[in-house]
Design a protein around this ligand. Structure first.
Ligand code: TYD
Ligand code: MG
Length: 440
């Protein structure tokens, strides 16, 4: 049998593994993303994954318990937005990767989770005092928390081995501050904190630990804006569930998205608001982010789908004469390329001379819209600001705008229509952006 390679190359962008180094990743086509790492399948001399030496029994599938089949393997987080995102609740023995940019509120939400169900908080970044401060600030019951200050995955294993079945959940905050001690004190080949090797090996060990002990482990992973080295992308295929916690840091709205889930759907999202006392769940009724109904210049209302729920948001656009050689384009909350494309379509189809105007677009509530259904609202806002006239009162703009300026229906149309009605408004029926002229 061919001997397994000592080291392999892993793409830090998509997480795929290769036997040979290459300047470009063969899967995701990114450049300079392959990093050499120790092949943990060879390295692992404790040998749990490869050949344990004991005889493996073949199992009958029909005799294996269905996870969540009778629900005794799933328990509620007592935070309904959280349960919804996960499917039914927290699955015993599962590993959840909780990813997001630094400062977005990962520690806050996971502290609240432990406050609800009780568990062990492994502090790799903060001191026990800092966590205690947060627990008090959030008004949570300190009795529910055990704190372990460590950066060692082995120590977590030791603790869980000692206190069999005491914890339902363990939070590891964060994976970037964890390492497998034996690999450092031994040959030292796996590198320091935060290296691709350490992050992968630590995650492997945590997954094993979760499966062995049945405790659900929540692993915090920081993502940098650049999706930089050792981003959670590397870990996605190892864990059961991947959650992304998103939002604009200066806004107070936070969205919990699920990008992978072995135990449930991936189209649900949880919506939270960052407040004085931590993250508060936002219920369907209050999900709409608009208060008044009066029409304002440069403001257009749209309804986006967050998971399976419609949510009404306001898009504000400022179109103002430019005195710079290159007009400014600032798009916050929408994709840059999408924004540029819509400006180009407006220029061509609506004959708006935007080449001599600065264009600023922002989404209220500081959320990010990936939904092309909000194209029409951006377009409407642009036109309104350019004309310095408010759009028709009570109109809601939903539709994808094509390169030719046609307006297309998007998924979830009926739900959005219903939501608009419920809010005492109506979807604008427009087939081309030229018709916007009739709505100012
Ligand atoms: P944190 O959970 O520490 O972020 P992460 O773990 O993702 O890096 O949250 C950081 C921000 O949240 C911090 O800037 C302050 C804010 N915050 C509140 O607004 N209210 C609160 O009750 C708490 C605990 C934090
Ligand atoms: Mg944190």
């Amino acid at each position: 049998m061919k001997k397994a390679q000592e080291s392999i190359f892993v793409c830090t962008n998509c997480g795929n593994e290769f036997n040979k180094w290459n300047g470009q990743c063969g899967m995701c086509k990114e450049w300079n993303t392959l990093k050499e790492i120790q092949n943990s399948k060879v390295k692992n001399k404790s040998g749990s994954r490869i050949h344990s030496g004991e005889r493996k029994e073949i199992k009958k599938l029909s005799e294996i318990k269905v996870i969540g089949g009778n629900n005794d393997n799933i328990f509620s987080s007592n935070i309904s937005e959280y349960d919804r995102v996960l499917g039914k609740g927290i699955v015993r023995g599962s590993v959840v990767l909780f990813a997001g940019e630094p400062g977005i509120g990962k520690s806050t939400l996971l502290t609240q989770l432990v406050g609800e169900v009780g568990g062990l908080y492994v502090a790799g970044e903060e001191s026990a005092e800092q966590i205690n401060l947060r627990v008090h600030r959030l008004g949570l019951n300190p009795e529910r928390f055990d704190i372990l200050e460590t950066n060692s995955v082995e120590e977590i294993g030791d603790v869980l081995g000692r206190v069999n079945n005491v914890y339902k959940i363990v939070v590891v905050d964060s994976i970037q501050t964890m390492l497998v001690e034996s690999t450092v004190t031994g040959s030292g080949t796996l590198g320091a904190f935060g290296s691709v090797n350490q992050i992968r090996e630590s995650t492997f060990r945590l997954v094993e630990l979760a499966k062995r002990t049945g405790v659900a482990i929540f692993v915090v992973g920081h993502v940098t804006k650049e999706g930089d080295i050792a981003g959670p992308k590397l870990l996605e295929h190892m864990v059961d569930t991947v959650l992304y916690f998103e939002g604009e840091k200066n806004g107070d709205l936070r969205i919990l998205r699920v990008s992978k889930n072995r135990f449930g759907p991936t189209d649900e999202v949880g919506v939270f608001k960052m407040e004085e006392k931590g993250l508060r769940e936002i219920k369907s009724e209050e999900i709409n982010l608009i208060s008044g109904k009066e029409a304002k210049v440069g403001s257009a209302v749209t309804i986006v789908m967050e998971g399976t729920r419609p949510m009404m948001v306001e898009i504000q656009v400022l179109v103002t004469e430019s005195f710079a050689p290159m007009p400014t384009r600032v798009f916050s909350g929408i994709d840059n390329n999408r924004g540029r494309l819509l400006v180009a379509v407006a220029q061509k189809v609506m004959s708006m001379p935007l080449y001599k105007y600065d264009v600023y677009v922002s989404v209220t509530g500081g959320i990010r819209l990936d939904d092309t259904g909000c194209d029409l609202a951006i377009m409407a806002g642009m036109y309104s600001s350019y004309k310095d006239k408010a759009l028709k009162e009570g109109a809601v703009f939903v539709g994808e705008v094509s390169l030719l300026g046609e307006v297309k229906k998007v998924k979830g149309w009926e739900k959005r229509e219903k939501e608009a009605k419920a809010m005492g408004r109506n979807l604008a029926t427009i087939y081309s952006i030229r018709d916007l002229k009739n709505l100012v």
